[in-house]
Design a protein around this ligand. Structure first.
Ligand SMILES: Cc1ncc(COP(=O)(O)O)c(C=O)c1O
Length: 441
């Protein structure tokens, strides 16, 4: 008996995989990875499979990019980690300056380790700012229906996906979720530029709460885990204007959308808005190392700036906040985004992805609501059998054919590295089509 079989039989495998029902691995084992390069992951049995979801949306520049490898090697020769409290270094200063150049008004950067911790930071900063200002009635957080902001308790409290939050509801704080959003499939939909009718209904939801709200959280333009749903840029613009008029903070969660994924450096640019807090992660290091950043205004920063005895310090920390290896990569990523015109590339592959997904929908008649923005395309599998995990079935077929798709329930999507070659996209299209056709609907 080989070691793997022995471990399995004795239930000795110590790994508890993230976001998984472990029993599913009886049906389909985890893929054993031995290498990864560009848009491909190499498995132990020698197969090369396409990473069609950029390893949970972070490998924006593909795997093993030589330029990023060189940077990390250079930094490792100097030092790999020194806590960022009480110290500074050239790399983090450089990164912070570059990040503040992404917007007109956000001039201060606070670092954390991953997406969820960035959301916790933004939530706490908003709440703490209210306390300092004596706005004790402003304790309510508002976010959008179908929103997802991470897995920690604060982030789950402002997330609207029952599958992730339901087991913990007694421990979550109350939040209000805006409903009846003006969703679109693409920027050519009329609601994209004018959602006046929908907005008036939303304003009615918000008006009675306006004096109690501390912040509104948004995943700008695209809601990722909520099903790759795209909404009107006019809605985002109106919401931000309304928030400003009512003294309410806006927290833009650009953890998935930021750093080029939607075809702009920030998805907020579609609506020409600037939030009070901007959360970045994933694409910030192109998925090399965990790092997140929360950018905010000097107005917020100044509220906390006082003698220690005033008790206004923001005493939040994570051991690896602003880790220098991650920061060195992030500096290089920002340079590459510009030099290699990666946002243009995202738009080019995006329009091809839309054409391809639409053609699969037309051919198979098994996909509806094809939607796309930047290098994100998604569609819903037609499924009239309640509870059937078609997405999971198609995932297994696609892996066998050579692509790692990880549908969100019965929503199929591609979110590949922005640097993916067109020929690999052609292959991804064929694999997806074949995977769908090989499942009995
Ligand atoms: C929009 C958004 N916010 C927050 C998170 C949480 O980030 P992390 O998984 O790094 O904690 C994610 C993760 O997918 C995300 O897509």
């Amino acid at each position: 008996m080989n070691l793997d079989t022995y471990r399995e039989e004795k239930n000795l495998n110590p790994i508890w995989h993230p976001c998984s029902q472990m029993k599913d691995y009886e049906l389909f084992k985890p893929l054993e990875v031995v290498a990864a390069q560009g848009a491909h992951i190499e498995l132990k049995d020698g197969r090369q499979i396409i990473d069609a979801n950029s390893s949970w949306w972070c490998k924006s520049l593909g795997h093993g990019h030589p330029r990023l490898k060189a940077v990390i090697k250079r930094q490792i020769e100097k030092f790999e980690h020194v806590a960022l409290a009480n110290t500074t270094n050239e790399v983090i200063v450089n990164l912070s300056e570059k990040l503040t150049q992404l917007t007109r008004s956000l001039s201060k950067v606070f670092y954390a380790s991953d997406g969820s911790s960035a959301i916790e930071v933004a939530i706490k900063m908003s709440a703490h700012a209210r306390k300092i200002q004596g706005e004790h009635q402003r304790t309510l957080f508002v976010s959008l229906e179908n929103s997802y902001h991470g897995e920690s308790i604060g982030a789950l409290s402002v997330s609207d996906l029952g599958i992730y939050r339901d087991p913990y509801t007694p421990f979550l704080f109350d939040a209000y979720f805006i409903s009846a959003l003006p969703y679109v499939n693409h920027a050519d939909h009329p609601l994209w530029v004018d959602c006046g009718f929908a907005w008036r209904a939303i304003e009615k939801q918000l008006e009675p709460l306006s004096e109690r709200i501390t912040a509104i959280l948004v995943e700008p333009i695209v809601q990722g885990a909520g099903g790759m749903r795209i909404y009107s840029q006019d809605f985002l613009r109106r919401l931000c204007v309304w928030a400003r008029q009512h003294g309410i903070h806006v927290i833009a969660d650009e953890i998935m959308t930021g750093i080029g994924r939607t075809g702009k450096m920030l998805a907020c640019e579609y609506a020409n808005v600037e939030p009070d807090f901007l959360c970045l992660s994933k694409g910030l290091t192109a998925g090399w190392l965990p790092l997140s950043a929360v950018l905010t205004t000097s107005a917020v920063y100044d509220l906390f700036y006082d003698d220690y005895a005033s008790g206004k310090s923001f005493l939040h920390s994570h051991t690896y906040s602003g880790n220098v290896l991650a920061a060195s990569i992030a500096v290089e990523v920002l340079a590459m985004m510009k030099e290699d015109k990666i946002c243009d590339r995202a738009n080019q592959i995006g329009s091809m992805m839309r054409t391809y997904m639409q053609s699969i929908a037309d051919k198979t008649q098994k996909l509806t609501h094809v939607r796309q923005i930047g290098a994100i395309v998604a569609a819903d599998l037609v499924c009239d059998q309640p509870g059937r995990r078609l997405g999971f079935e198609i995932y297994q077929k696609a892996v066998a054919l050579g692509a790692l798709l990880r549908p969100l329930g019965n929503t199929l999507y591609w979110l590949p590295p922005l640097t993916i070659d067109m020929e690999i996209l052609d292959k991804l299209k064929l694999i997806t089509e074949q995977a769908i056709l090989s499942v009995d609907f």
